[in-house]
Write a protein that binds this ligand. Structure first.
Ligand SMILES: [Fe+2]
Ligand SMILES: [Fe+2]
Length: 287
C-alpha cells in the first residue's frame, strides 16, 4: 500500500519559453561573475534534458500497470513537466555551448550512461534510480524555494527564472516516481541501495565535469586564484549546507516517503509568486 500521507494537488503542465531571457547571458552568469558557480550550474543544467528523458521512459515503461486514477493523472503531469524541463534546459544548454561550455559532451555522456542502465537494469531498478534522483531534485528545489541566498547565487535573471519554475515543478511532482516505484512492488532494499549508487555517481560526475569544464575555460586558466577562491566558497553554498545534506539522507530511513516533508504551503506560496492568478510568469526580480 502506498501512503501519500495527505492529498496532494494535481501536477499541472505549463508551457514555458525562456529563450528571449537568455539572449544577454554572459559566460560567467552566476552572482558576482563567480567562475566556479557558473560551471557547477552549467554542469547541472547539462545533465537535466537526457536525465529527465530517462525518468520519463522509466515511468512510461510501467504506466499501463497503474490503476489508481489520482496516480495516473499525476504520471501524466509528471511526464508533461519533465518533457518541458528538458526542452527549456536544452535551449539554455545550447546558449551555454555557444559561450564555450561543454554541454554537448555532458549530454552525450548522460545519454550513454542511461542507455547502459536501460540495457542492464530491469524496470524496477530504473524506477529506483529515477526516484532517488527525484529526491535530489526535490532537495535542491526546496533549498532554492526556501533560501533567498540560494536564489541570489544564480545571478542572471533569465537563468534564475528558469530554475525557479523548474524548482516549483520538481516540488509539485516530487512523490510521483516514488509512488510508481512502490506501486509496481519496488522493495525498500533496492530503493536505498540505488540511492547509494546515485550518491556516488552524482558526486563523481558533478565534480569531474566541473573540473573538465573549468579546464576548458580560458578565463579560469588566466585567473587560477579566482578559481581557488570560488572552490573554497562552494563549501558555504546553501546547496551544500548541513540542512540540505541531512534532507538528502532522510531518503535512507526505512519507510521514508517524499511527502513526509509537507511542502504544500511552500508550493502554494510559489505558485502565487511565480504565476499569480492568471497562470502567467510574474516578475521575480523583487524576490
Ligand atoms: Fe525536471
Ligand atoms: Fe523531476
Amino acid at each position: 500500500m502506498v501512503s501519500t500521507q495527505f492529498s496532494t494537488p494535481p501536477v499541472p503542465t505549463r508551457a514555458m519559453e525562456f529563450d528571449a531571457w537568455l539572449d544577454d547571458l554572459p559566460k560567467h552568469f552566476a552572482a558576482d561573475g563567480d567562475i566556479v558557480r557558473s560551471h557547477v550550474l552549467t554542469v547541472l543544467s547539462s545533465v537535466f534534458p537526457d536525465g529527465e528523458d530517462y525518468f520519463v521512459r522509466s515511468v512510461e515503461a510501467v504506466r499501463d500497470r497503474i490503476e489508481d486514477p489520482k496516480l495516473r493523472e499525476d504520471v501524466k503531469g509528471f511526464i508533461g513537466q519533465e518533457s518541458m524541463h528538458g526542452r527549456e534546459h536544452r535551449a539554455l544548454n545550447e546558449r551555454l555551448a555557444e559561450l564555450g561550455y561543454p554541454t554537448g559532451a555532458i549530454g552525450t555522456y548522460v545519454r550513454k550512461l542511461t542507455a547502459f542502465r536501460e540495457r542492464h537494469q530491469n524496470e524496477k531498478a530504473n524506477l529506483a534510480v529515477t526516484a532517488a534522483l527525484e529526491h535530489y531534485t526535490a532537495t535542491l528545489a526546496e533549498t532554492l524555494l526556501t533560501d533567498p541566498e540560494a536564489r541570489a547565487e544564480i545571478g542572471h535573471d533569465g537563468v534564475r527564472y528558469l530554475l525557479m519554475w523548474h524548482a516549483l515543478e520538481e516540488s509539485e511532482h516530487k512523490a510521483v516516481a516514488f509512488d510508481v516505484y512502490k506501486r509496481v512492488g519496488g522493495s525498500e532494499r533496492m530503493r536505498v541501495a540505488m540511492m547509494w549508487v546515485v550518491h556516488l555517481n552524482f558526486v563523481l560526475e558533478t565534480s569531474i565535469w566541473t573540473l573538465i569544464s573549468l579546464a576548458m575555460d580560458p578565463a579560469a586558466r588566466r585567473h587560477p586564484l579566482r578559481v581557488l577562491r570560488g572552490l573554497w566558497r562552494l563549501r558555504r553554498s546553501p546547496f551544500m549546507s548541513r540542512r540540505a545534506v541531512r534532507q538528502l539522507f532522510e531518503y535512507h530511513r526505512r519507510g521514508f516517503h517524499p511527502n513526509d516533508r509537507d511542502t504544500t504551503e511552500l508550493i502554494a506560496v510559489w505558485r502565487t509568486r511565480l504565476f499569480g492568478s492568471n497562470g502567467k510568469l510574474t516578475d521575480l526580480l523583487a524576490s
